[in-house]
Design a protein around this ligand. Sequence first.
Ligand SMILES: *Cc1c(COP(=O)(O)O)cnc(C)c1O
Length: 393
Amino acid sequence: MKVYLDYAATTPVKKEVLEEMIPYFSEKFGNPSSIHSYGRESKKAIDVARDKVAKSLNAKSQEIYFTGGGSEADNWAIKGVAYALRNKGNHIITSKIEHHAVLHTCEYLEKEGFEVTYLDVDDNGLIDLQELKAAIKDNTILITIMYANNEIGTIQPIKEIAQIAKERSVLSHTDAVQAYGNIEMDVEELGVDLLSISAHKVYGPKGIGALYVKKAVKLHPLVHGGAQERRRRAGTENIPAIVGFGKAAEIAYEDLQQHNKHLMKLRDQLISELMVKIPYTKLNGHPTKRLPGNVNLSFEFIEGESLLLSLDMVGIAGSSGSACTSGSLDPSHVLMSIGLSHEIAHGSLRLTVGDFTTQEEIDYVIEKLPPIVDRLRQMSPLYEKVKGDTKNV
Ligand SMILES: *Cc1c(COP(=O)(O)O)cnc(C)c1O
């Protein structure tokens, strides 16, 4: 049996999405900037896709800019605001548990003379709104806090964060890549100025994403050269990907309730059964303010990498908190920020369910995982000492 439980890393392209993309590789190949019928056909396809993405966010079509993915959207939002508002101020506020596309961009800007505050999070991964308020200074230009965390699934109070920013005339951005397609999303209601999304996390193609930029927000262009994306991101558009993203966006919000119901049922089953069957297990992330498909567990006395390899041998694909940046031995910055010790962070496993996950697959994981954890623990000298006691931590 093969079981894919890494939907937070990427998702397969849905059949309906792929079908809409295919003609735009060959028959419908015109350059959207051309004025002839070939060009117009491609331009029309982009317009339709942009409308669909805009609709999924309750944004206006002119506020949607296609990018080469979520990382690019994050980079652009942060650098674009920083460079556009350089004369107004140089201070940016973010959190310690952001995706690297945000964290490394902020670190880069620090080298460029900007000042960045990295807010702490509590044990569940939530930022403190009072701390956020206190961090705002006269030179603060941007607050960028992720909507939902990719490792532990915790959902931040983005509406409140945007409100706090607005009261102090500071722009707000959110990396909504994980939240998109899992949470009802209305940019008007949220009140954010910028928001990043990516297609391949919602059953669309890789290498395409979008940045929502509220009307009148000043943003430095990303790529100079042409008139594409309202002169802010030059380059001939990736039309098949854009078309696929449009379709994926449409499907994602067609039946969000049903999607969430399916994911939450499987997620809750994994969490509750694994925690009962495996002693010394801790759930990471918020118990309720949590993405519908996210399970993140720490098993004491084992090493996440060996667990992943053992799971892979029985066909189960998950992800661990230890080598998020492959080649690095440091545990994930997210797990460290919620207060886990190095040892416990190293024994973490993220399983993320999606639209194609079945009950049979979940039953299979619940059957296979406990004996694997037990076998790995038998090799641990620390476990030897506490064996016999089956209290959960
Ligand atoms: C996947 C992800 C990204 C990066 O998106 P890409 O399209 O892969 O560049 C950014 N932020 C979060 C929270 C993500 O999960």
